[in-house]
Design a protein around this ligand. Sequence first.
Ligand code: NAP
Length: 519
Amino acid sequence: MSTELLSNFLGGQWQAGRGAGSALFDPVLGHELVRVDATGLDLAAGFEFARTQGGAALRSMTYRERGAMLAAAVKVLQGQRDAYYEIATANSGTVKNDSAVDIDGGIYTLGVYAKMGETLGDRRFLMDGEPARLGKEPLFQSQHVQVPVRGLALFINAFNFPSWGLWEKAGPALLSGVPVIIKPATATAWLTQRMVHDVVQAGVLPPGALSVVCGSSAGLMDALRPFDVVSFTGSADTAQVIRSHSAVAARSVRVNIEADSVNSAWLLPGHAAGSEAFDLLVKEVAREMTQKSGQKCTAIRRVFVPESLYADAAQAIGARLAKTTVGNPRNESVRMGALVSRAQFHAVQEGLAHLKQHAQVLYDGSTQALVDADPAVACCVAPTLLGTRSAAGSDAASVVHETEVFGPVATLVPYRDAAHAAELVRRGEGSLVASLYGSDSQALAQAALELADSHGRVHVISADVAALHTGHGNVMPQSLHGGPGRAGGGEELGGMRALNFYHRRSAVQASTEVLSALG
Ligand code: NAP
C-alpha cells in the first residue's frame, strides 16, 4: 500500500506533483511515512502569483499589521504542537527535548518578529540614518530609505530544522512585507509542509504570502527574477551550485548562504580540572554533542583545552557521554534518538572513520546497546569523542579543523597557550559560533574580540551566567546567526538586522521639504 502524497501549495492552490514521489522514512523503525513530489508544477506561474498577489497584499499592510498577522500564525501553530511533535518523532527520530528545539524554537522566533511589528508601528518603509546635506546649504539633502523588496523570498532549507529553519527566515521576510516560498529538505519535509498547511488553512495570511514546494529542487532557481532573494541553508557543495546559478551570477538575485561549520569550545588557560570553568565546558560539550544527535550546524565539533588538562577533560566528557542512552525516542529512558536518514547514517560513519585516521578515540559510546531499536534498521549513532593527543598533534591534524561530521562527534584539541588556541580555532576558516569558558573577565573579553572576525557569534560562559546562559548551539533571534568563510558568509536574525535582507536601500536626494514629506 502506498503512503499519502503530500500536496504542494503554490499559486494559491494545493497541488499534487504528477510523479510517484520520493518517500520519507521513520529513521528508527525504518518504514515509509509519506511521499513528496513537485513534478509538473508550474513554478513560473506560482512564483509570479506570490510576487504579484502575495507581495502586493503584504506591502499594503503596515509593520504593525504584519506583526499582528505573525502573532495570529503563532497562535495557529501553538494549537497544533502535539501533531508537530508526533511528526518529529516519526520523521526526525528525535526525543521530545530535541523536537522542542526545532518546534518551540521556531514558534518562539516567529513570536519575536511578531512583537517587533508593534515596535516598528504604522509605517510601510524604514528610514535609514539621518539626512546628509549635499551642498553648503542644508536645502538639498540625501536621505536613505529601506523599502521592502518587490520580489519573493525563496528558502531552500536543510533537513535538520524543518520548523525553526522555516520560521527563523519567514518571520523577518513576512514582517518586511515579502512573500515566502519554502522548499524544505526532502528527508524531513513533512513537518514544514504540515505547518504551512495549518497556517494557510487558518486564513491568517493573504493569498500568495506563503507557499511550499516539496520534493525536487529542479527549476526553483531558474524561476527567480532580479528583485527576488534566495536564502539557502545546507552543505557547502550545494551552496556552490546556488552561488554560481545564473539567477545570482547574471540577474543579481540577492543570496544568503548558511553552510557547514567546524565550531569550537575553548577553555581558557589557568583553570584546573574540576574548576567551575572546566566543569561548565564539560557539561556544554556533552550537551552539544548529543542534542539532536549532533545534527546542529552550531554544534561543538572541536574542544580546545590546555595540554595539561587533556586527560582530565577526556575522562570528564566521556563520563558524561556514558550517561546518554541512545535508541528509540518513544522510550522514556532514551536521551538521544536517531540521525534523520540512512544517508546521514552512512555519511557520519564515513566522516568518523576519516577523523579516526588522524585522532585517537577517547570515548566510544557504540559499546552500549541501543534501547528499543534494531541496530540493523535504526539510524542511531552513539556519541564518540576523539582527541589529537598533544599540542603538536593538534597542529598536524588538519583534517580535524576542516571536517564537519554532522552527528554526535567531537574532537578534543590540546593547545600550548592562548595564542596557539586562537590560531587553531581560526583553522576552521570561519565558523558560526565559538564558546569560551573562564573566570577572568578581561581575558574572556579579549578572547571574544580575538575570535569575533572569524565567527558570527561568540558565546562567553563565566560562573555568573552559568545558570542562565542560552547555550552554545541555541540560536537566539536577538543575536546574529551566520558566519564568515566556510560557514557561508551569511547573516540571519540579529533582531531588527534580519529585515535588511528583505529591504532595498535607496538614497532619496531632494529638498528638505520633499524629504520631510516622506513621512
Ligand atoms: P544539502 O544536501 O546541501 O541540501 C540542502 C537543501 O538544498 C535541501 O533542501 C536540498 O533539497 C536542496 N538542494 C540540493 N541540491 C540542490 C540544487 N542543485 N539546487 C537547489 N537546491 C538543492 O544539505 P543537507 O544535507 O540537507 O544539510 C546538511 C548541511 O547543512 C550540514 O553541512 C550543515 O552544517 C548545514 N547546515 C547549516 C546551517 C546554518 O545555519 N549554517 C543550518 C543547518 C544545516 P533535497 O533535500 O530535496 O535534496
